[in-house]
Write a protein that binds this ligand. Structure first.
Ligand code: ADP
Length: 292
């Protein structure tokens, strides 16, 4: 096992014109899938009206930084506000352009990949790679990719992710599909699959060792095998307590075994998670691991 650390990649703010839009054949291909596809509306203003759901969620003030006693459950407005209150100080590490109107729901606050980590992961794709982001959530990873098919089962999250892509000016590079990754996987082909599936909410950290059977909605083996049918390169973003040797065993599901590398992802000296790279992903240019 090669253990490398992430390069300190500065959060990238992509201009909409630096890379051409997804080619037409991809759009045609996705339409053929019969899935519900949603291309971000290019002409909508970045300051589009918030959705009803977001209007209900009060935005916490800078002064409200105290940690809630316990983790709120559900997606109601009070829970969302409380979660946002807990994570508010981290908003710019999640999305450096937060102040330009980035939107998240309650889950997004604790599950979005920090931007510097997402940028580091995206940098491991080769130029021109088509990436499937399998559990796209509010779009933190998709935004950092070049050519991305973002799959997300929750249409409300797709709305948020599409909005956030517009904030970052990268909407032309992302094709959103509302659907179940496991149902769509047999119809997808790409160069690389990225996935950060549900870890089980913030309580995942209570288990001293995180094992692959704890991933949802299917365990890590089933998710990895679904990804394997799509692309020869796979990246997984996993809890910091994950059993890395168990993750490495996934590489043996291929013959010959896939190249494997794990990386600790730090933001401001805090370990945020572990990224596992399978297959011939591009190497990081620097061995440094501290991000953000
Ligand atoms: P956790 O906070 O437990 O890590 P996340 O909120 O990160 O969970 O989950 C990641 C995303 O995956 C969520 O936006 C969720 O809606 C989405 N998701 C869950 N199941 C599927 C699925 N079968 N296909 C596509 N997306 C899914």
């Amino acid at each position: 096992m090669a253990k490398r650390s992430a390069a300190p990649v500065a959060p990238r703010r992509r201009g909409a014109n630096t890379v051409p839009p997804l080619h037409r054949s991809l759009h045609r291909f996705l339409r053929l899938l019969g899935a519900s596809t949603r291309k971000s509306a290019r002409r909508r203003r970045l300051t589009a009206e918030p959705t009803t759901r977001e209007r209900e969620v009060p935005r916490p003030q800078e002064s409200k930084r105290s940690e809630p006693e316990s983790e709120p459950q559900g997606n109601d407005a009070a829970a969302a506000a409380a979660v946002a209150g807990k994570y508010w100080a981290h908003r710019h590490s999640l999305f450096s352009l937060y102040d330009r109107g980035v939107r998240m729901d309650a889950e997004g606050w604790y599950s979005a990949t920090p931007e510097a980590v997402a940028a580091t992961q995206a940098a491991r794709a080769a130029p021109g790679d088509l990436v499937v982001d399998a559990f796209a959530g509010c779009g933190g990873n998709s935004i950092q990719g070049c050519y991305v098919v973002a799959v997300e089962i929750d249409p409300c999250k797709v709305e948020l992710a599409a909005h956030n892509a517009r904030v970052y000016g990268v909407e032309d590079r992302i094709e959103f599909i509302v659907g179940d990754f496991f149902r769509l996987a047999p119809s997808l082909k790409a160069d690389l699959v990225f996935f950060s599936p549900p870890w089980g909410g913030p309580s995942y950290i209570q288990a001293p060792v995180y094992t692959l059977d704890m991933l949802k909605p299917k365990d890590g083996y089933a998710t990895f095998q679904a990804a394997q049918r799509i692309a020869p390169k796979i990246m997984m973003f996993l809890p910091r307590t994950v059993d890395v040797s168990q993750v490495e065993e996934l590489s043996w599901l291929s013959c010959p075994p896939l190249d494997f590398e794990s990386e600790e992802n730090y933001v401001q000296h805090r370990l945020k998670g572990i990224t596992a790279y399978f297959g011939r992903t591009k190497r990081s240019p620097s061995p440094l691991s501290v991000l953000g």
